[in-house]
Design a protein. Structure first.
Length: 84
């Protein structure tokens, strides 16, 4: 078996490390509120990514509704919800 190329391994490790600390390809974010944005590595919620909000009360749905209303000003949005 051929020996793995060290440069390829190093490149893959760097890509994995980057994915663990930031959403891949984040070029824009939508701000939530300063206290939340301050603790997010991207300074807001990354656009162009899949996000999941979990909760069994109206707060989670309300958060999603407000966020999606803000996002809808930029273009189409999709809201998927599971019914139980």
């Amino acid at each position: 078996m051929p020996r793995p190329d060290r440069a390829v391994i190093d490149s893959l490790r760097a890509r994995i490390a980057a994915m663990e600390h930031a959403a891949p390809g984040v070029s824009a974010t939508i701000p939530l509120m300063p206290e939340i944005d301050a603790v997010l590595p991207w300074g807001g919620l990354p656009l162009g990514c899949l996000h999941e909000v979990a909760g069994e009360d109206g707060a989670a749905a309300g958060f999603c509704a407000v966020l999606l209303a803000r996002l809808a000003r930029r273009g189409p949005v999709v809201w998927c919800s599971a019914r139980e």
